[in-house]
Design a protein around this ligand. Structure first.
Ligand code: ADP
Length: 378
């Protein structure tokens, strides 16, 4: 770490935090802990309550109920400037009439840091984001990406234990965004003690940066886990469709005879009925006779005969450079397959058989359907 920029290891804890505007609950009993040094992404569609959660940590909104803790400190009633938090928002919010160095010094002066110490702290923060050479420029003389770097430096100058980032890359174009993502990952490696809460609706940002992702929908936390967990073992249809791409097939559990399991429920395989076909999949603890949704990732679907065969007619073919995306109508259900290295491009109307391995399917209990955000079909 460069120059000890993080003073305290603190972490963030939401303890049943609710926020309402005019009687409308926009954050509903959020329970979530961000460990010291952890990057937690709050991922969800627009309006799901992500920014509200972040602002509750910053102190810009007051919860209707519940408490917010930074480390052991209950900060629920504390004004924003006493929380020791750095915050970066989408629109940089730099002061246009101040040079870069004065923008970065602003928070330090406001916090009455000793005058003699300020230049060093400013230099340290600008160094961290690779902007030391731009200290005397005005914001208008910088690109969008550079302005965002300065905004991050300003947030880091106060050596916060907690850094809040609200869609920090969404005002940048795609190429800059990917560069800044790498920059943020590097920053986190250099500041391993800083807890980061990162609000985004972009699953790539969340999957790339976060140690864990908290998935939000309709004011509620839907799911929380490592990116790998959420992708491989989503617990709800909403997570399955919002984190990565998914086939979500309506099925009925026919039989839960245990063939491989010894202890845990996830080993249990059984048979489900999908449009009149019997498929062998892990049924976990979903009861026989129950309706459920089978999640299979498109890149885990193969072409040709195999286990769990699904025959149908191609309704759409998209060439995506490294893969072909086939849409296949299987008795009125649309199944997506992402296939690599196809010798011949299949044609619309071709009859094909798709298949997938039992272990690549996840059975989701009914009643976990996507919200208004719908299926992310990317
Ligand atoms: P997200 O960050 O997930 O897009 P927000 O937390 O910004 O969602 O907003 C959640 C809900 O709260 C939205 O329906 C939004 O319109 C509403 N909301 C946010 N801020 C205010 C406010 N100051 N007054 C009234 N409603 C608000």
């Amino acid at each position: 770490m460069t120059g000890g920029a993080a003073a305290v290891r603190s972490g963030i804890r939401f303890d049943r935090v609710s926020v309402a505007y005019g009687g409308n609950t926009v954050l509903d009993r959020l329970d979530l802990t961000v460990e010291p040094g952890e990057v937690m992404a709050l991922l969800g569609p627009s309006g799901s309550g992500k920014t509200t959660a972040l602002r509750a940590v910053a102190g810009f909104v007051q919860p209707a109920s519940g408490r917010v803790y930074l480390g052991d400190r209950d900060v629920t009633g504390l004004p924003p400037h006493k929380r020791g938090i750095g915050m970066v928002v989408q629109q940089y919010a730099l002061f246009p009439h101040m040079r870069v160095q004065d923008n970065v010094a602003f928070g330090l002066k406001a916090r009455k840091v000793a005058k003699a110490e300020i230049p060093e702290r400013v230099a340290e923060a600008l160094e961290l984001v690779g902007m030391a050479a731009y200290a005397t420029r005005y914001p208008r003389e910088l690109s969008g990406g550079q302005q965002q770097r300065v905004a991050i430096a300003r947030a880091l100058a106060i050596r916060p234990g907690v850094l809040l980032l609200d869609e920090p890359l969404s005002a940048l174009d795609a190429q800059l965004r990917s560069g800044m993502l790498a920059e943020l990952a590097r920053l986190h490696r250099e500041l391993p003690d800083v807890s980061i809460l990162y609000v985004t609706h972009d699953q790539v940002e969340a999957l790339t940066l976060a140690d864990r992702i908290a998935v939000m929908d309709k004011a509620r936390l839907q799911d929380c886990g490592t990116p790998q967990d959420l992708y491989r073992r989503p617990r709800t249809e909403f997570t399955a469709s919002f984190v990565g791409n998914a086939n979500l097939l309506p099925v009925t559990v026919a039989d839960t005879t245990d063939t491989t399991g010894t202890t845990g429920t996830t080993d249990t395989t059984g048979t489900v009925d999908f449009a009149g076909r019997a498929l062998d999949v892990p049924t976990g603890d979903v009861a026989g006779g129950a309706t459920a949704t089978l999640c299979v990732r498109p890149h885990l679907v193969g072409l040709g005969d195999g286990p769990n065969a699904l025959s149908g007619t191609i309704t759409e073919v998209q060439w995506r450079g490294s893969t072909h995306r086939l849409y296949v109508d299987v008795d009125g259900h649309r199944v997506k397959a992402d296939l690599r290295e196809l010798r011949e491009t299949p044609a619309l109307g071709d009859k094909v058989t798709l298949h997938f391995a039992a272990e690549d399917a996840v059975l989701l209990p009914a009643g976990t359907a996507p919200g208004a955000g719908g299926e992310a079909d990317g």
